[in-house]
Design a protein around this ligand. Structure first.
Ligand code: THU
Length: 160
């Protein structure tokens, strides 16, 4: 028997001004998306912005449906938007922001399991790590180096 420890490091910026200009812009673009979210059922808005390595930015926000399982997360809308426009350009970073209309959430919120799997597919597809920037109502911004850090032992196409 063997025990494997799997840990990861991530950065916590105390506010958005500590980010590089391009990252700050990406987070601000994601924040702008919050107002476009269609979330009448959960009242939980998610805004996302994806930057490709060619520096193009694609946005997304969550899209809900009265048939609840059809709801689509903001991260996936942004990634599929990027994939539709620039299928061959690797994703460099994704900024994810949230706004719960019913309560203040200070801690950065990280993507759900389904979105982690989709971000993982984009990393796998392009063989390029995707940085993840997270911001909620509080000032702090988290920076995670790769989806593999928050989706250890992930499933990917090499198993198929
Ligand atoms: N949501 C996202 O957009 N991203 C996530 O990572 C988690 C949840 C959305 C889906 C739904 O519209 C609302 O937030 C509440 O779950």
């Amino acid at each position: 028997m063997e025990i494997i420890e799997n840990s990861f490091f991530f950065k916590i910026y105390s506010n958005i001004d500590e980010l590089s200009n391009e990252d700050k812009q990406l987070v601000q673009t994601a924040i702008l998306q919050l107002k476009n979210a269609y979330a009448p059922y959960s009242q939980f808005h998610v805004g996302a912005a994806v930057r490709l390595i060619d520096k193009d930015v694609y946005v997304g926000c969550n899209q809900e449906n009265a048939s609840y399982p059809l709801c689509m997360c903001g991260e996936r809308v942004a990634l599929y938007n990027a994939g539709a426009y620039k299928p061959n350009i690797p994703v460099e970073s994704i900024a994810i922001t949230i706004k719960n209309l019913n309560s203040r959430i200070d801690k950065p919120v990280s993507p759900c399991g389904a979105c982690r799997q989709v971000i993982s597919e984009f990393e796998f597809r392009h063989k390029h790590k995707i940085r993840i920037l997270l911001k909620s109502d509080g000032d702090e911004v988290y920076e995670i180096n790769s989806i593999a850090d928050i989706l250890p032992l992930g499933f990917n196409g090499t198993f198929l």
